[in-house]
Every structure is written in C-alpha cells, then in structure tokens.
Design a protein around this ligand. Structure first.
Ligand SMILES: Nc1ncnc2c1ncn2[C@@H]1O[C@H](COP(=O)(O)OP(=O)(O)OP(=O)(O)O)[C@@H](O)[C@H]1O
Length: 800
C-alpha cells in the first residue's frame, strides 16, 4: 500500500473497519461513501460499489487493477452484486455483470447499476408491517410468485405463505434451479428462479438478519440446502406502488456493523398493551456529561445554565469572575465629570447595576435597577445585602442646595414616620435608613410600585373609574388632613409623587417631601410642578396648605380625564388655561400678587365700561413683545373650555354605553364630581375647601348628592355661588350668563373655621341649579372609551 498517498491512508482506516467480515464489509458504505472517502478509497477501503470507482476501475489497466487487488485480497472480500455465479476474490471487483437482461435500451450502464443496487440507500422510513403479507396482493403475486389465492379465493396467511414457499423452493431445486447458497450470501427466500432473482436481487436484504448470517454460513458449508426465511425483506421485492418502508434503519445498522457490534434484529412480537413495549430507558443517555454534583446534565443545560463550567472543562485556562462583568450603567449622561469622576455633569452619581452603596458606612445596598429620576436625584431599586430586603434608595445630587433640601425631606419623613404617623396609617412613604455614599446623601425608602402617572399611561391615558378615583382621592385627602393638622405643606403633589403600594391593590402612598415645608416657613416662592401649581403661587401671594388642595383638584380631574386638566406650556399659559376653565381669580389676589403684573393688565376705563373685572390677561402678542419671547397659543386638549362641560362631555366608559340607567348613574356621579372639584379648585385659596371639608363631600362619602352641598363650618352664606364657580362663570363676568359678585377681603390675622383664615364678605347676585344644565340626550355626543390595560383591569377587579 502506498502510505504516502492520502487516499491510501484513508483507505487503510476503512480497511480496519471493513475487515471484520466479508459480508459486513460489503455493506459498510453509508459512512464511507459519504464524502470523506475518495474514489480510490471507495475501492480500496470502502469495499462498496461506487459508480465513480467503477468508472475509475474500468479505466485502469488490468495490471494496475490486479496490483491493487492483490494488495487487498488478504484483507477483505468484495462481493460483486452482478457476478452472481462464480464470485472469486480475484475477479469480483473487475467484472461487470455478465448479462443485463432488464437493461433498457436508452439506459446507461451506470444508471442501470444504480437502479439495480440497493446500496444506494433509500431514505429512512417508518417501520412497516410484516412484509410477507404484501405477497398476497393479487396484482403482484399472480404474475410473479406462486403465492396465489387458494381455491376459496382467500389469500394465505404469512405463515402459510412461508410454508408454501419452502415447499416450492425444495421442488424448484429438484428441478435444477440454482440454490441460493451458490450465490454466495445472496438469496431471496421467496424467489429462486434465476432470472427473477437476478432482476430483483438486493444485497441489502441478505445480510440484515443474524439468523440469516448463520444460515448463510451453513449454506456455504453446504449443510443447509434450504435457506431459512428472513423476516426482513429487501425493498425492491415489492411492487412499486406498495413498497413498504425500510426496516430496521439500515444506515444505523451499517454503522453498528462497522463498529463491530453484533447485530441483533428486533423480532416482531404481538403487542396488546403498553407494558408489552418494554422500553429501554438509558439511565445515562448519550452525550451527557457529569455536573459538579455528580449528576448528569443535558447538552442544553451545559451550554446555558452550566456554560461557565462547560467553558472551564473545554479550556483549563478559562476563568470567570462576576466582578469583571461589564456593568450596565443606569445614569445618563454616564461620563464622569465631577466628584473625582463619580458624578456626571448634573452632579448625579453614576450608578451601575451591581454597584454596592454605603460600604463606607457599614451598609451594603446592591444596586439592581433604576426606579425614577427627579430634580433631586435618582431613585434606584436596591437589595440590602445584610437583611436581603428589597428597597428604594434615593441618591441625592451632590450639590449643596439639593443636599440641604434633602436633609429637610429626611427630617420631615422622620417626623411623619415616627411622631405623626407611627402606625403607618396615613399613606406616607416610610424611610428606613440614610447614609452618605461618595458625597451623596442616600435615603432608603420602602419599595413601592407604579406612580399614578404610570398607571394612567398604562391605561392609555383614559380616565379611571369613579370608584377608583374615589378610593385614591380619599387616601390622599387622609394624608392632607394629617399634613394640615401638622401645618406641613407637601408643595409638590402630582401623580408622579403618588405611588401604588403594589401593582394589584388600590392602596397608595405619598412620596417626595423634598419640597415640603412648614406652613410657618414658606421660604420658597417658586414651588410646585407647573400643571399642579396653584394660582396663588403663579401670582405670587403668600401660600398655605391650601396649595396642596389645588394640586389635589388637578390630580382628581386628571384621574377622571386621563390627561392633565391644565397642561400649561409656560407660567403664562398655565394661568391662561386656569382662567379659561375656571374664570378669573378674585381681584384682591391679582392686586396682591407679586407676579400679577407679569401676566395681567389693569383694564382701561374704556374696557371697564363693558366689564366688571378690573384686570385681564395680557394677549399672547403683548406678553411675547414685552418679554421678548415667542409665547405660543394654548393647544386645546378638550373640546369644551369650562370645567363642568369638560367633565360632562367626557366619553363614557364602554361598559355603560348601552345602559340608560348606568348612564344616568354616571351623569349623576359626574355632577357630584364637578361639585367636588369646584370646591377644591377654587381659585381663591381662602375659600378653597380644606381636606377635612372635602372629606365630607358626597363624592367621598358616597352620600346622596342633591345638587347642593355646603361644607360644615363654611362661612359662605350663599352656597350657590360655589356651584356657579364650578362653571367658570363666577369671576369672568364678561362671559358670564349669570351675575355673581363676590368681594373678598384678605385678613390673615383672623383664623376661623371655613376654608383658610379669612374674613369674607360676599354679595351674591345670582343662582343657577347645576342639575338644570343636564342635556336631555347626553348619550349621543359621547364617544366610547377604549378598554383598559391589564394593569388597570387588575385594579378594577379589586375595586369592584
Ligand atoms: N419608594 C419608592 N419606590 C418606588 N419608586 C420610587 C420610590 N420613590 C421614588 N420612586 C420613583 O422615583 C421617582 C422620583 O422620585 P422622587 O420624586 O422622590 O425624586 P425627586 O428627585 O424628588 O423628583 P422631583 O423632580 O419630583 O422632585 C418617582 O416618581 C417614582 O417613580
């Protein structure tokens, strides 16, 4: 053998495999002819019939071929499928079939050989029933076999057929037919007419049965003249239309043969229940490796959960440390510019997932994710590694002004948590701890869920149900009652600062006391988020806890409408929207406000003739010209301008649109809400309801609402004025359809019941019944509210 030749070396390997037995060698083609073996190896080592090899072989000189053959004669025996009668090792590979009696005239030799060879393995198929039963098909058996129907017209059973075949075979031998033993290992049990055999012969079938190999060996020794019948039958023995699937999977069998395993062909057995199946369950399936705890793991687990171990097993040099993982940065911008590179430009600490906060002060808060970002800093979800508790940590900006204000927040929360509401009943955020990390004050809070803005967003900015609004409002009012009694002002009440305790419960808590102050120390004048900013703050007059009630009114309206009721784009725009919706504030507020002149103008004597109002808003042009800015006109979010109209005409929930009764109920509730909002969104802070008063309103208490309601302790002699105010018609007398005239005198020294400390003298000149404004057919103009989100559904279910 030419060992310097690649082909030869590969063939040498093949020889090792195929030298097991001549017969097995004949069928070891599947793997060997699958691409790796070259043309020569097909001959030298593969020991298979290979058309390309045959071509090559035919092109070689007889000397070359003889030489090659001699090299391998001692190692294997190739059985030429066509040299049926006198097969010898020396000639079998070199001789073409002596006759091609079924060769089509237009068929090439190669095509013929391909057609005739069962070594061109057909695709694997499902197992078939006993193939002998196919012989009973009349169309086939009548012409080609002796297995015809008996006299009664019935076809013999498989067993009867076998018996019949054996008898026929014996008879045929006696008549001079060539016994299959003379064909080497080849025979077809049911067919021993030579020509017929030659036409239908398949090498594939002849070596699959273990019984069969022993029979063959017996036959070769001449001890068994009558071959036993194999329970498997070659494919080509079936009529084309009824060819049964191959069984068992030949490729696998050949592979097993190559690996030297003794073939054991499963025998057919009757099977009546699943217990008869006796499945073989591998305790340790192939391709599994041991895990570190001595169990085996699947390939899937090894490349997913156990990837690190797998890598380690693949390469001893592989090392892995969690600390070297790239950390996900949570802060934007993430470039370290201040505080030794720890902070970004905005003095925000640059937070990464898996950072540990508070180590310098014996704390260990593992950063998990970002929860929110605000003016004062960032709020991150953390795990206290010492207690395993999941919490929220507010990492305050490192600038002094924020630090000072946050210290105030911490003090107020401490006061609320420990002194004012130790039992945790009044919906204030709980603070657990505080520490300093890299010059940042960190406040540790209980972990809460979504804020109300996020809830509305999830609800596609559609309003919440009345019941849910009531539940939320009651809780907020409860907090505001406590704050008022404690003379504390939150100063930044908005949906973002009201958080659900859990995503599936309508319980909430008030957060962010970073702007809070004592009523007696109202140092800052520029407070509250714009949409929720009270008119007295915009105008610049002294303020009290009533600014929180204004914010509450804006929040309640937003919960109903889904979007802010006063979404001002600027302070000017904010005031314009408020006035458009609710009318002008009382004159004393405008006169008193430090900022009034910025947004308003005193009416000229000519203008005063047609209006009882002393002031008017500057036009956009006037304001823009004066401040050299481009003030844009208000974008209208609602078709209607006045609060009662906006509320009344808001689309109905889908669930009630088909029920007249439910619509009536809804409209009644809306009137109640309008009345409630009228009291809370009173432009006059002195007349605005306190949380205690609002708590008693029918909207909260669910008492019957008759269209009129006066808060206890109210010093207003004419409550109808309140109702008219809700229509935005009280103070905007130019547009007024009814004439009301309240003159208020601010006296901060008088502290009586009612709203805030105020001495009020009123003269009411009109009265309109709210209920009389109900449209007759209000259902017609309402669009349908789309379905709520899942999150909202959850709340809804809890509520209803
Ligand atoms: N305890 C908490 N649990 C879950 N999320 C929280 C918690 N505290 C705050 N958040 C989230 O972080 C956001 C910002 O928090 P917070 O309002 O306290 O920060 P801020 O800097 O004071 O903001 P603002 O600009 O409103 O003053 C909140 O809107 C909320 O979504």
């Amino acid at each position: 053998m030419n060992t310097s030749n690649n082909n030869d070396s590969s063939s040498s390997n093949c020889n090792k495999n195929t030298s097991l037995s001549p017969n097995l060698a004949t069928h070891s083609d599947a793997s060997m002819s699958s691409g790796r073996a070259t043309q020569d190896s097909g001959y030298l080592g593969g020991n298979i019939w290979n058309p390309s090899y045959m071509n090559q072989a035919s092109q070689r000189s007889p000397q070359q071929q003889q030489h090659l053959q001699q090299q391998h004669n001692q190692q294997f025996c190739f059985v030429n499928p066509w040299n049926e009668e006198k097969v010898t090792n020396s000639q079998q590979n070199l001789v073409y079939p002596p006759q091609y009696d079924d060769l089509n005239s237009n068929e090439s030799l190669d095509a013929y050989r391909r057609r005739k060879s069962s070594l061109v393995v057909p695709p694997t198929r499902a197992a078939a029933p006993n193939p002998f039963q196919y012989d009973s098909y009349p169309a086939y058996t009548s012409s080609n076999t002796n297995l015809a129907a008996n006299a009664s017209g019935q076809y013999p059973s498989a067993y009867q057929q076998q018996q019949q075949q054996q008898q026929q075979q014996q008879h045929a031998y006696q008549q001079g037919a060539i016994p299959p033993s003379q064909f080497g290992s080849r025979f077809v049990p049911s067919l021993y007419n030579r020509q017929e055999f030659q036409r239908r012969q398949s090498l594939a079938a002849t070596n699959y049965s273990s019984n069969f190999s022993s029979i063959n060996s017996g036959a070769n020794q001449g001890t068994s003249p009558i071959p036993a019948i194999s329970s498997y039958r070659r494919l080509s023995a079936y009529p084309p239309s009824t060819s049964p699937p191959l069984q068992p999977p030949f490729k696998q069998l050949r592979r097993d043969e190559v690996q030297g395993q003794k073939l054991s062909i499963p025998q057919m057995q009757p099977c009546s229940s699943k217990n008869d199946l006796q499945p073989v369950i591998n305790v340790t399936p192939k391709f599994r490796r041991a895990s570190l705890n001595s169990k085996t793991i699947s390939p899937l687990v090894s490349v997913t959960k156990s990837l690190i171990t797998t890598y380690s097993l693949c390469s001893p040099d592989f090392t892995y440390q969690t600390s070297k993982n790239p950390k996900r940065v949570l802060t934007k911008p993430s470039e370290g510019k201040c505080n030794n590179g720890f902070d970004n430009l905005n003095s925000d600490y640059i937070l990464y997932v898996n950072d540990v906060l508070g180590v310098e002060q014996n704390r260990k808060y593992l950063v998990l994710d970002i929860l929110g970002q605000g003016t004062f800093g960032q709020v991150v979800k953390c795990q206290n590694l010492l207690t395993k508790e999941i919490l929220a940590v507010k990492v305050v900006k490192s600038r002094t002004e924020y630090l000072t204000q946050s210290i105030t927040e911490a003090k107020i929360l401490e006061l609320l948590n420990q002194k004012i509401d130790p039992a945790n009943k009044h919906h204030f955020l709980r603070m657990h701890d505080s520490f300093v990390h890299k010059n940042h004050l960190c406040l540790v809070f209980e972990l809460l869920s979504n804020n109300l803005y996020e809830l509305l967003k999830q609800n596609k900015f559609h309003g919440l149900s009345m019941q849910l609004i009531r539940t939320f409002t009651t809780q907020i009012l409860d907090s505001l009652c406590v704050l008022k009694e404690s003379k504390l002002i939150h100063c930044d009440l908005k949906p973002e600062n009201i958080l659900l305790c859990a995503p599936d419960k309508p319980e909430l808590k008030i957060i962010d006391f970073g702007s809070s102050c004592e009523e007696a120390r109202t140092v800052y004048t520029y407070i509250q988020s714009r949409f929720y900013r009270a008119p007295e703050i915009i105008l610049g007059i002294p303020y009290s806890t009533s600014i929180d009630m204004w914010s509450l009114g804006c929040i309640v309206a937003e919960l109903f409408l889904g979007i802010p009721i006063f979404p001002g784009a600027s302070e000017y725009n904010q005031l314009t929207r408020i006035i458009d919706t609710l009318g002008y504030p009382p004159s004393w507020m405008i006169d008193m406000g430090k900022n009034s002149g910025k947004f308003m103008k005193k009416l000229t004597p000519e203008e005063s003739v047609i209006s009882t109002q002393k002031h008017r808003m500057k036009t956009i042009e006037e304001f823009s010209r004066e401040y050299n800015i481009v003030e844009k006109s208000s974008k209208q979010y609602f078709k209607w301008k006045k609060l009662p109209d906006i509320i009344r005409n808001y689309r109905y929930p889908k669930s009630i649109q088909n029920s007249e009764e439910l619509i009536d109920q809804e409209m009644h509730n809306r009137e109640c809400l309008i009345h409630f909002l009228g009291g809370v969104l009173d432009l006059n802070p002195l007349e605005r309801w306190t949380p205690q008063q609002a708590m008693l309103h029918p909207f909260i208490t669910k008492q019957e609402f008759t269209g009129e309601w006066f808060p206890p302790g109210s010093s207003l002699p004419e409550p109808s004025g309140k109702q008219d105010n809700t229509k935005g018609q009280q103070t905007d007398r130019r547009n007024s359809t009814n004439s009301l005239n309240h003159d208020y005198v601010y006296n901060s020294n008088i502290g009586n019941g009612g709203a805030d400390s105020v001495d009020i003298s009123t003269s009411s000149k009109g009265n309109v019944n709210v209920l009389s404004n109900f449209p007759n057919n209000y259902a017609v103009s309402h669009s349908v509210q789309e379905g709520p989100t899942n999150e909202f559904n959850k709340l809804h279910i809890v509520e209803e």
